[in-house]
Write a protein that binds this ligand. Sequence first.
Ligand SMILES: Cc1cc2nc3c(=O)[nH]c(=O)nc-3n(C[C@H](O)[C@H](O)[C@H](O)COP(=O)(O)OP(=O)(O)OC[C@H]3O[C@@H](n4cnc5c(N)ncnc54)[C@H](O)[C@@H]3O)c2cc1C
Ligand SMILES: *[C@@H]1O[C@H](CO)[C@@H](O)[C@H](O)[C@H]1NC(C)=O
Ligand SMILES: *[C@@H]1O[C@H](CO)[C@@H](O)[C@H](O)[C@H]1NC(C)=O
Ligand SMILES: *[C@@H]1O[C@H](CO)[C@@H](O)[C@H](O)[C@H]1NC(C)=O
Ligand SMILES: *[C@@H]1O[C@H](CO)[C@@H](O)[C@H](O)[C@H]1NC(C)=O
Length: 598
Amino acid sequence: MAFQRPAYLASPTLPVVHLPRMGLARWLLLLLVCFVSCSHSDLAPKYRFLKQATDAPPVSYYDYIVVGGGTAGCPLAATLSQKFQVLLLERGDSPYGNKNITNLASFADTLADNSPTSASQRFVSEDGVINARARVLGGGSCLNAGFYTRASPDYVRKAGWDGQLVNQSYRWVEQLVAFQPPMLQWQSAVRDGLLEAGVTPYNGFTYDHIYGTKVGGTIFDRNGERHTAADLLEYADPQRLTVLLHATTARILWRTQEGSGRPKARGVLYRDARGRFRSAYLREGGELIVSAGAMGSPQLLMLSGVGPRAALEKLGIRVVVEQPMVGQGMSDNPMNAIFVPSPSPVEISLIQVVGITRLGSYIEAASGQLFASTSGGGGSPPPKNFGMFSPQTGQLSTVPPKQRTPEAINRAVRAMNSLDQGAFRGGFILEKIYGPLSTGHLELRSRNPDENPSVTFNYFKEPLDLRRCVEGIKVIEKVIDSKAFAPFRYPYISTEALLNMTVNFPVNLRPKHDNDSISLAQYCKDTVMTIWHYHGGCQVGRVVDKDYRVLGVDALRVIDGSTFNYSPGTNPQATVMMLGRYMGVKILNEGLQAKKKD
Ligand SMILES: Cc1cc2nc3c(=O)[nH]c(=O)nc-3n(C[C@H](O)[C@H](O)[C@H](O)COP(=O)(O)OP(=O)(O)OC[C@H]3O[C@@H](n4cnc5c(N)ncnc54)[C@H](O)[C@@H]3O)c2cc1C
Ligand SMILES: *[C@@H]1O[C@H](CO)[C@@H](O)[C@H](O)[C@H]1NC(C)=O
Ligand SMILES: *[C@@H]1O[C@H](CO)[C@@H](O)[C@H](O)[C@H]1NC(C)=O
Ligand SMILES: *[C@@H]1O[C@H](CO)[C@@H](O)[C@H](O)[C@H]1NC(C)=O
Ligand SMILES: *[C@@H]1O[C@H](CO)[C@@H](O)[C@H](O)[C@H]1NC(C)=O
């Protein structure tokens, strides 16, 4: 095998698209090896209240039913079980024993796997950006880059939350799943580069959202082991909680209340792994809580007859209550990055440092390397993947828009299995903008709960979003040109050449523009990716009230990232977990809906 790195780096105009291809070749190899040698042994469940839906009775009754065992659903169900009989329904599997999830270095493996049993389900927005949603107990916290950071007190105030309970709830989460990252050489260089670039002051290691540069928390512990929202089930009362896996909720069951005629949730219909339907009903005074995420929650409401009338009727869904705002206000914070190959070794890192600028852009970074494991190299290190930027984003622009069916995308991903050999190392310095202000919408494609709805985010529709992106790219350029970062870049590759290189990455399915000189605004539009912080669809004040109760119906709430107007903090997961706990405590304290049952 030829070690080609010096050659292509000396000539930056060479097609860099080869890099992600090589990554995929590696994964496909692993997959093949795994088919041959991995026996999928059933591990003993981590908690005895984890059960397969196939083992559930055909009909059951609970005080609270939570749909979606994700980042918000787990802390919520654990909290409610302190007083009530709770059922948590999760469509995916358990994360325990799945190395792709628990290992930091396997970040991209789950995202690369789009099989029906994968913990991630790929979707492509109408904007042409490849994205992913969780399908596993623990939700997005099983797929994510692990960065853990709180929302600002200002965000908390504007959300109308009780600041003290918010802080208590963050601490409750942090006790089990938040850690201080190791901060090795590459992340440290980014940190120092940010300070040189003027993103000051340095705020050290903190979960707090403050202007300047800081080291944030992570859900990966010192051994690189991931701790997910599912770990918060440790707090549950095992006598009162039942968690069903492979339980896909198909729709909400309703009753019409005498007198008012107002619809009231009375339970759910869910499907087990063998395709058999079961139902779970609420006991007197109980409530159904939907925590199925920003894709899943508006989808489930619509499937259950709560949504825009015309769209529902078109699919033959009986309208229970007309709610035109369900699926509106969908946003995804655009992510743009500059790829910087490094002449010296770098650690494998996901997000650890963040620069919080006053211009509304947040700078973060990830590093990694790939080693070609040659056929003869029995002693070569195990293949490492490149972290954030991997085959799920790569090469898909080869699929013409009209043919972007899931099958075609899968074929394209497989086609990336080229025979490129070589080694690659370096990092991506990326930015995410605050907000965003641009919004879009979500619509059902069918009545099948497994099928992704269609979603449009309208990246950069609002000019301020674009301006924030441009300002962020300028900061990244300064970081790359900083003294601190010098050891991790090739001095003869200018930042402009790096931009040229990155713009050629097939990171999305959008058209590229061949301008004489790259304007940063065009760069932002052409290289937009997702940082997977999409939110909205069931926003407070539009679909739910301040207590997260769905407007127009009874005994139904939505509690998860679909309720946000803006993405909280620099990254949302801390606040999503906090919200699950926070609302759980609020509901326990109400103590009225359901009577305590022992
Ligand atoms: C690849 C990736 C990287 C990210 N990186 C970071 C990061 O570094 N830091 C950070 O703070 N945030 C990060 N995020 C974002 C963060 O993880 C999400 O915002 C958060 O997990 C969303 O939580 P949620 O509870 O709203 O939804 P989810 O966690 O997605 O939970 C929804 C759950 O509902 C289940 N579900 C859906 N529909 C049904 C149904 N019909 N029946 C039963 N169950 C159903 C799903 O399987 C899922 O488990 C990242 C996300 C991804 C995907
Ligand atoms: C881990 O990821 C690989 C590569 O995407 C995939 O082939 C494999 O099935 C995954 N393993 C599990 C247990 O999900
Ligand atoms: C919550 O904690 C933050 C620091 O994380 C602090 O700034 C804020 O004042 C606290 N709020 C309350 C109400 O105690
Ligand atoms: C970047 O690309 C533009 C347009 O293709 C070209 O004019 C410019 O010379 C390139 N810059 C570098 C440094 O390669
Ligand atoms: C780049 O080119 C496209 C057409 O290819 C054009 O629409 C766009 O305005 C150009 N952008 C800049 C900043 O010149």
